[in-house]
Design a protein around this ligand. Structure first.
Ligand SMILES: Cc1cc2nc3c(=O)[nH]c(=O)nc-3n(C[C@H](O)[C@H](O)[C@H](O)COP(=O)(O)O)c2cc1C
Length: 245
């Protein structure tokens, strides 16, 4: 099951299956669902602390963030976060990662532009739309992508195919991503583990990532406009099997 399949569970993605807007709506479905959930819960829930008081609060309040303030992230904070990421366990201690940090606004703008053009052409595969209809779609696409591309920093988490045990990279990569996201949360920054939302091919082309590296994900990193309330989570008991399945 890939991420697109998972997203067919939400209503807007179901709609997406039947229209040429599929890829675009898949990208937006999660963000939209989170926004709706967040706005419903906002009235009932207290505001989330910007900096957690301990590790337990860090786990509990880490959220996928898709809307950021423009505030810059000091390099010292970035280094602290990346240092935490590299403390993750790896197979045979091989540490196969590369963290590509992108802060150049021109590169971030190019990433956004490539995504806009990708979604535009996917929304009109037969090229039958009028100029007016294309312009309307472009406005919608740009506004949906605005939050995704509002962060001051993007980190592409990569693994090196030339590592000691490349067959184990697919385990080692996400370990670092998890650590990175928690470390960012501990310092008050939001992240989101993006896969299909900003496809591998787009990051590879725009950021000139050599074939030698496999992308785990790309995450924006910055101060959230607002900490989202948690999406519905399954109860703990659903996951635990004491002694036997
Ligand atoms: C493997 C994986 C792929 C994901 N891909 C995307 C993505 O492409 N776009 C996106 O906005 N979020 C993506 N997410 C974030 C999830 O949507 C998010 O973690 C989930 O909805 C739960 O919300 P939470 O992180 O706030 O607990 C991905 C997360 C994981 C673990």
């Amino acid at each position: 099951m890939n991420y697109s399949t998972i997203m067919t569970a939400v209503p807007s993605a179901r709609l997406a299956r039947t229209t040429p807007w599929r890829a675009f709506l898949q990208t937006c479905a999660l963000a939209g669902t989170s926004l709706i959930l967040a706005s419903r819960l906002a009235a009932a829930e207290p505001a989330v602390a910007s900096t957690p008081s301990d590790i337990w609060e860090t786990f509990k309040t880490r959220r996928s963030v898709r809307n950021f303030k423009p505030d810059p992230v000091p390099e010292a904070d970035l280094r602290r976060i990346l240092d935490a990421a590299r403390s993750a366990p790896t197979s045979g201690n091989q540490q196969p990662w590369k963290f590509l940090v992108v802060r150049d606004p021109a590169k971030i703008a190019a990433l956004k532009e490539a995504n806009v053009q990708r979604l535009l052409s996917q929304s009109d595969p037969q090229k039958t739309l009028s100029e007016e209809e294309k312009n309307k779609r472009e406005i919608v696409i740009r506004s949906h992508l605005a939050g995704y591309f509002s962060a001051p920093v993007y980190i592409v988490i990569l693994t090196d195919n030339h590592s000691d045990y490349p067959d184990y990279n697919h385990w080692d990569g996400p370990m670092a991503a998890g650590y990175l996201m928690l470390a960012a949360r501990a310092l008050g920054y939001g992240t989101v583990f993006i896969t299909d939302g900003i496809p591998d091919a787009v990051t590879r082309k725009i950021l000139n990532i050599p074939d030698r590296y496999t992308r785990v994900c790309i995450t924006p990193l910055g101060v959230p406009v607002q900490w989202p309330q948690p999406p519905a989570k399954k109860p703990l008991e659903d996951f635990i099997a004491w002694e036997t399945l």
